[in-house]
Design a protein around this ligand. Structure first.
Ligand code: CU
Length: 120
């Protein structure tokens, strides 16, 4: 290798390193800024349930977390299966699903805020 070839090799290597650091850094920042709900978790976010439909196995406990500044509820449409009452910012509600089927629910404060739990 000539001196210029070595210099070019060093330049390419360090450029690749810098690119790698930038890409991994950007990836970390994005996931930190926008946390996503876990597999048995639903967020109340932007006056909506996220995800609006969740499918789980029998006897799974689902946790709802309110990411909004305003209160929400997690209330089963049948009025008896589950009802959280008001959940403030950062508050959570859990319910264990011990029967199979489709369980539609809503927020009693926001009429357009609906979700469904499907238990297999
Ligand atoms: Cu609500």
């Amino acid at each position: 290798m000539t001196k210029s070839e070595i210099a070019i090799s060093k330049f390419i290597f360090s450029s690749a390193l810098i690119l790698l650091v930038l890409v991994s850094g950007a990836g970390c920042k994005k996931s930190k800024d926008e946390p996503k709900p876990g597999p048995n978790e639903v967020f109340m976010q932007n006056t909506a349930f996220n995800p609006s439909s969740i499918t789980v196995a029998l006897n799974t406990t689902i946790t709802w977390t309110n990411k909004d500044g305003t209160a929400h509820t997690v209330t089963s449409n049948d009025g008896t299966s589950f009802s959280s009452g008001n959940i403030g910012n950062g508050g959570t509600f859990t319910h264990k699903f011990t029967a199979t089927g489709s369980f539609p629910y809503h927020c009693t404060i926001h009429s357009g805020m609906t979700g469904t739990v499907i238990v297999n």
